[in-house]
Design a protein around this ligand. Structure first.
Ligand SMILES: CC(=O)SCCNC(=O)CCNC(=O)[C@H](O)C(C)(C)COP(=O)(O)OP(=O)(O)OC[C@H]1O[C@@H](n2cnc3c(N)ncnc32)[C@H](O)[C@@H]1OP(=O)(O)O
Ligand SMILES: CC(C)C(=O)C(=O)O
Length: 516
């Protein structure tokens, strides 16, 4: 059976989803989970894009041991140098360099002739080969490119040293049959293609990213690129969990497998969803909440008699535990630690202890603590920011009545220990809270987006709020979890402001270090 390599780009193309902004700590947590999932390659970012991206790629490169780490670069020395600086010293530094090959992109975006594109691509790959043992070259917008041109440029970049060639469907335009043909065509027509790995990278604009990726596999692709939960630019990328599970369930047809530990899928999906704030739709294939739920009588009858009547995937395959956990207010640290490890967390004793106290407080208020609650508490602790930066919510009181104007009184503690208390009104309770916080904060802020989810089920479920703001001219996002919707809303707002403060704090530290 063939083994298909999995190239995960959740932290690069996935982070290109509108409204998603992960900090370095969060990216490292995602990378560690991707390593546990068993992906072959992690595309950790685009180092030339920003200092934050550079740092994240560097830290992921030095943390991850069992997956290769790569970074993206345009066909420019400056971008290639940035990837090299971030990954030199890692076990197998790997570069992903791209240049568009379609007439639309070459004419309107790059403003280059086809010959200039060939020369630029060749020079970039030759330059990269001085540093990187593995160079992957992508023909951006390959699916709207001229086939003869594609064959010509592939031959040249292979000669220049590229050992992986990616044929992305950048705008989600191709259909499965045509994508399959493209892979077969280049295999048969590029003279020096023997030994080169072919990679597929699909977008979901027409809802065909998974089908197209599978068609590429049927026609000789060696590597599939995609993201967890299918997040990514515009309508997103191919969802890796769908591709990997389809290969397993239809092994009879595809005759191909991956190295993924499929029972890590659900956990990876939940982590990515939680940290990005991009909720997985209930009916999403493989990882949606309803993926294993049977609603109608005839289906339930069938499943009770024989599961396979209506279930082609077992929940256990992707790591959904059908045994429900019973951890409650009488549980102790051992059981809590045991569960944390089982859920894939590796916290210091100090953080575990703090998470344990949060769990106990919640257990006092909530009837039943389920895995989702613990996952939320432990993820918050794992990705918590540096102590002492930003504002802390000390107290909050909200008055609401159908005939009254909602009023929020809030007490915030500043980094220097000073406490400010203010009250303000709004047309609703959340608006009253945000108006009050905005009055207390020294910077100017504007709410851009607000989303609320419930964690777990039942009327006592935790509320999880995601916000996007502009704070002091910078876009930032944050999340807050609490049993009460209003408290979660306040915490999310402060988390977004604190993340922005944390970034300024790191920039300030770097400037001081640079001046020494
Ligand atoms: C299909 C994809 O997903 S590609 C990856 C998309 N990801 C990103 O864009 C990452 C975030 N990007 C950024 O931070 C910025 O765009 C940067 C730092 C990369 C570049 O910023 P700027 O220098 O201000 O350029 P800007 O983004 O406005 O324009 C892109 C330039 O790169 C050029 N370019 C685009 N792709 C390539 C390429 N593969 N190789 C060389 N040049 C390229 C464009 O033609 C344009 O050049 P021009 O300035 O001469 O017209
Ligand atoms: C950089 C390339 C691979 C890309 O993201 C795309 O073409 O969609």
């Amino acid at each position: 059976m063939r083994t298909i390599e999995i190239f995960d780009t959740t932290l690069r193309d996935g982070e290109q989803s509108a409204g998603v902004n992960l900090n370095t700590i969060e990216k490292i947590e995602v990378a560690k989970q991707l390593e546990r999932l068993g992906v072959d390659v992690i595309e950790a970012g685009f180092p030339a894009a920003s200092k934050g991206d550079f740092d994240a790629v560097q830290r992921i490169g030095s943390t991850i041991k069992n997956s290769s780490v790569t970074g993206l670069a345009r066909a420019q020395q400056r971008d290639i140098d940035a990837v090299w600086e971030s990954l030199k010293g890692t076990a197998e530094p790997r570069l992903h360099v791209f240049l568009a090959t379609s007439p639309i992109h070459m004419t309107h975006k790059l403003k280059m002739t086809p010959d200039q594109v060939i020369d630029t691509a060749v020079q970039a790959v030759q330059y990269a080969k001085k540093f990187f043992p593995v160079v992957q070259w992508s023909a951006e917008d390959a699916c709207r490119s001229d086939l003869n041109f594609l064959v010509k440029i592939m031959e040249r970049v292979i000669d220049a040293g590229a050992s992986v060639i990616n044929l992305p469907d950048t705008v989600g335009y191709i259909t499965p049959h045509k994508y399959g043909e493209l892979f077969r065509y280049v295999r048969e027509n590029v003279p020096n293609i023997g030994g080169v790995k072919l990679s597929a990278h699909c977008h979901d604009d027409l809802g065909m990213a998974t089908a197209n990726s599978l068609a590429a596999i049927e026609n000789g692709a060696d590597q599939i690129e995609g993201t967890i939960n299918g997040i990514g630019e515009r309508a997103g990328n191919a969802a890796l969990e769908e591709v990997a599970v389809a290969l397993r369930i239809r092994e009879d047809f595809y005759g191909a497998t991956t190295r993924l530990k499929l029972d890590e899928i659900k956990k990876t999906s939940s982590l990515v969803s939680k940290l990005t704030g991009m909720r997985v739709p209930a009916n999403k294939a493989v990882v949606g909440d309803n993926a294993f739920a049977h609603e109608s009588g005839i289906h339930q009858d069938g499943v009770l008699k024989e599961k396979t009547t209506y279930e082609i995937i077992t929940p256990e395959l992707i790591g959904v535990n059908s045994n429900r956990l019973v951890l409650g207010k009488h549980s102790g640290r051992h059981a809590f630690k045991n569960k944390a490890v089982e859920l894939g967390f590796d916290l210091t004793d100090e953080k575990l202890n703090e998470a344990f106290h949060t769990f106990k407080d919640l257990a006092d208020k909530k009837k039943e603590i389920v895995d989702e609650d613990l996952f939320s508490i432990l993820t918050n602790k794992q990705t918590e920011m540096t102590e002492g930066v930003g504002f802390t919510l000390e107290r909050m009181q909200v008055q609401y009545g159908m005939d009254n104007i909602p009023t929020a009184t809030i007490e915030l503690k500043f980094e220097d220990g000073n406490v400010t208390r203010l009250a303000s009104t709004g047309s609703g309770s959340v608006e009253a809270i945000y108006n009050t916080i905005e009055k207390i904060l020294p910077g100017k802020s504007k709410l851009l987006d607000y989303k609320i989810n419930s964690v777990g089920g039942g009327r006592d479920a935790l509320a999880e709020v995601y916000v996007r703001l502009e704070y002091d001219g910078e876009n930032t996002s944050g999340r807050g979890t609490a049993q009460d919707v209003l408290e979660a809303s306040a915490r999310a707002y402060l988390n977004a402001v604190n993340r922005s403060a944390q970034r300024s704090h790191s920039r300030g530290k770097e400037a001081v270090q640079a001046s020494l």
